[in-house]
Design a protein around this ligand. Structure first.
Ligand SMILES: [Fe+2]
Length: 412
């Protein structure tokens, strides 16, 4: 396979790259410092994976994508791991069923950690010997891939812990920093033809290209994210009980699943509202951006707010192109475009005009998921620093809500 790409300038020395690699590998280990082997073993639902599986799968990625094609006298740590820890790569071969990842009690955590060390050593040695642009690109992909799984590890632990009435806190010494107190106002968006897609020389995903023009109608964008106080208003106004606001599929979804609030919200006998997060269970922070909502909920809220809150008259979700042009404009002054919650857009996750997936096995990374999913922009407080960017396209199905997903409004 060849993804050496014209657009990946070699600016980092091998030592710099090795340092980046080591830092990202260490970060994954740091993430499990407060977790027991039992915590790392359990799988709370099909969409979520055990922490142990995440640690193993990102290691599998390096073994299969980088060492296998490049290492002299390559041999597997264990050839059966190629199946156990394959996520979705048909080009690699068979896969262990996704909904049975929690049943992988062997290898032990201890062996997974030993395997990680072995791969770390071999990748480092390979990088010292060989510096082709393709290898360097694969390493950057491996780092970005591990960062994506670092966020998933956290959201999956959050989901797992949410099923435990001890309300375990993952973060022991911190208080949540998602809160925002900005006043709301509308800001004029960028209309007309706008430049969309990745333009620089650094690593980026294939789904952010080719850069192209998109047409934005005249519109405005909300200065801040929708917060919990506004969401509570939606709930108390019967928003979850009135079909008027809901897409038909969303209405069926909420009735089938008996949904009447964001994921992780609860209420005690005195009607006090709580939210469970990696910081444990705490009283709902009214100024924090709402999170853990599905696309259906974000869309219904916008429709409800448009009719029920005077300053939100005409509100809807932004398109991903409105979001991107706004982020470009506002990136210096904005406090909540990134690092708070991923923001649902009204854009389907489809290829940009002229999109070509990466060649080879890495081509399965993004392109084959371009159906029945919606684009989210920004990043969340669980996204590793430096991972996201203005052109970054996250995507999830319309019902998914175990990620840190929220919204920002737009209007014509
Ligand atoms: Fe993966």
């Amino acid at each position: 396979m060849s993804n050496t790409s014209e657009h990946h300038k070699q600016v980092l020395s091998s030592d710099d790259l090795i340092a980046l690699f080591k830092r990202s590998r260490k970060h994954s280990i740091d993430l499990i410092a407060n977790l027991s082997p039992e915590d790392c073993q359990a799988q709370s639902m099909e969409d979520a994976s055990p922490a142990k599986w995440h640690l193993a799968h990102v290691t599998w990625f390096y073994e299969l994508m980088l060492l296998k094609p490049f290492e002299n006298q390559f041999s597997y740590w264990n050839p059966q791991f190629a199946i156990l820890f394959n996520s979705y790569y048909n080009g690699v071969g068979d896969k262990h069923p996704r909904n049975k990842r929690g049943l992988i009690t062997r290898p032990s955590m201890e062996e997974v950690l030993a395997w990680r060390k072995n791969i770390d050593k071999r990748v480092t040695e390979l990088l010292r010997k060989e510096s082709s642009s393709e290898l360097r690109w694969l390493l950057k992909l491996g780092i970005q891939h591990e960062q994506q799984h670092q966020e998933l590890l956290l959201t999956d632990i959050n989901h797992l812990f949410s099923h435990n009435s001890l309300y375990p806190a993952y973060f022991l010494n911190n208080t949540e920093t998602c809160s925002t107190t900005d006043e709301f106002h509308w800001i004029k968006g960028v209309s007309g033809l706008v430049d969309i897609g990745y333009k620089g020389d650094e690593f980026h995903f294939d789904n952010e290209t080719p850069k192209h023009s998109a047409l934005n109608q005249t519109h405005s964008i909300g200065s801040r994210l929708v917060n919990n106080s506004e969401w509570l208003h939606f709930i108390e106004d019967g928003g979850y009980q009135d079909f008027t606001w809901w897409l038909d599929e969303g209405w069926t979804w909420l009735q089938t699943k008996s949904i009447d609030s964001p994921l992780y919200w609860s209420q005690d006998e005195e009607s006090l509202r709580y939210r469970f997060s990696l910081y444990g269970r705490s009283l709902l922070d009214m100024h924090a951006p709402v999170s853990n909502i599905s696309y259906f909920e974000a869309d219904a809220f916008a429709r409800w707010a448009s009719k029920n809150i005077s300053e939100y008259a005409g509100a809807r979700l932004p398109t991903e192109f409105e979001w991107e042009a706004f982020a470009e404009l506002k990136s210096k002054s904005s406090t909540d475009m990134f690092d708070k919650v991923w923001q649902w857009t009204s854009s389907n996750y489809v290829p940009y005009p002229g999109y070509v997936p990466w060649q080879g096995v890495a081509g399965e990374y993004n392109g084959k998921f371009m159906v029945n999913q919606m684009v989210l922009r920004g990043s969340s407080c669980y996204t590793p620093k430096g991972h996201s960017r203005i052109t970054y396209r996250n995507f999830f199905p319309t019902h998914a809500r175990w990620q840190m997903t929220g919204l920002r409004l737009a209007k014509n």
